[in-house]
Design a binder for this molecule. Structure first.
Ligand code: NAP
Length: 304
């Protein structure tokens, strides 16, 4: 057991790091536990253009700024995977955050674990991941310079990925299961001006092709049921996220999709445990709402 922390934040994405900043500025000790690298999902966004105050900033730079800001305020940061939250019954009100390495006592816990990429659920998807199939255009896009690639999805991530890839790839197909895009119209309009981008609408990826590495996809048009082969070396899957909250099922209530049930005050219904950002039930999951949640949760947790 380590010293008692005022606040432990689980997850170092936009919500978690913003929460740390608010907790630290309220004079609390804050330990942030993160399983992977800090930054969360926004690290994979090539260009953020809808965060107030920035006309354009890369997701990586945004995340880095946030991390440095929290560090400068005194955030303690550890790379550890949290496996659960328990109640220290003998010490009234305190919680124990259990990781694969340690158990930490704290007055308040903020869960800010975000969400992870949804898979398409296709045969051979796992086998071909890293061999043509990717979930991160920013990370892997440059490997496909001068080659053809496809993006699947119709949200902001897919649109931004396609715009990013259009700078590298000879051809970019955007495969979306409907006629209308879910993502911002401004990005759809930009894509339509790109000569090397082709929108493949009302279509779903049915099969991944290639022996050891991907060399194409079979795409089914859902209107006329025709099957078309697209010769691509890369397939970027951007079909949304799913929450990653199973470790907290015993500590807080989850909804039927696995999101933590919490309101705008980020309270979970379990004393001393808050949920902030994409991991909680909410209508709008944006960078700015993740930051907003982080601020609310940081201030609420500081009152415990
Ligand atoms: P999203 O908005 O949930 O969009 C997922 C897309 O994938 C939808 O178009 C959906 O189609 C499609 N889809 C879902 N399951 C599918 C399947 N099994 N097969 C084929 N297509 C499937 O996800 P996202 O684009 O990752 O964005 C997540 C959140 O982050 C959103 O709120 C988004 O606005 C936000 N975001 C913000 C920024 C930014 O602020 N700069 C950048 C990226 C993302 P349907 O439309 O038919 O449901």
């Amino acid at each position: 057991m380590k010293d008692i922390n005022d606040i432990i934040v689980i997850g170092a994405g936009t919500a978690g790091l913003t929460c740390a900043i608010y907790g630290l500025r309220a004079g609390k000790s804050v330990l942030v536990l993160e399983e992977k690298m800090y930054g969360g999902q926004i690290v994979n966004t090539p260009s953020v253009e809808n965060y107030p105050g920035y006309k354009n900033i890369s997701g990586f730079e945004f995340a880095n700024n946030l991390y440095e800001q929290a560090k400068a305020l005194g955030m303690e940061y550890r790379n550890e995977k949290v496996t659960g939250i328990k109640t220290c019954s003998e010490k009234n009100g305190l919680r124990a955050v259990v990781t694969e390495k340690e158990t930490y006592e704290t007055r308040a816990v903020v869960i800010a674990t975000g969400a992870k990429n949804r898979m398409l659920g296709l045969e051979r998807e796992k086998e071909l991941t890293g061999k043509g199939v990717s979930y991160c255009a920013t990370c892997d896009g440059a490997f496909f310079k001068g080659r053809a690639a496809a993006v699947v999805g119709g949200g902001n991530t897919a649109l931004e990925d396609a715009l990013f890839l259009s700078n590298y790839c000879s051809k970019v197909y955007v495969i979306h299961r409907r006629e209308e895009f879910r993502g911002d119209k401004s990005d759809v309009d930009k894509l339509k001006t790109k000569e090397n981008v082709e929108l493949v609408l009302n279509s779903t990826v049915e099969e991944l092709l290639g022996e050891n590495t991907l060399n194409g996809v079979n795409v089914r048009n859902v209107n006329d049921n025709t099957l078309t082969k697209l010769s691509v070396d890369g397939l970027f899957v951007a079909v949304g996220q799913v929450p990653d909250n199973e470790s907290f099922r015993e500590a807080v209530k989850l909804d039927d999709k696995g999101y933590i049930v919490a309101g705008e005050d980020c309270r979970t219904g379990t004393d001393g445990i808050f949920a902030a950002g994409d991991c909680r039930t909410k209508g709008v999951r944006q960078l700015v709402t993740a930051a907003g949640d982080g601020a609310v949760a940081g201030l609420e947790a500081s009152k415990v």
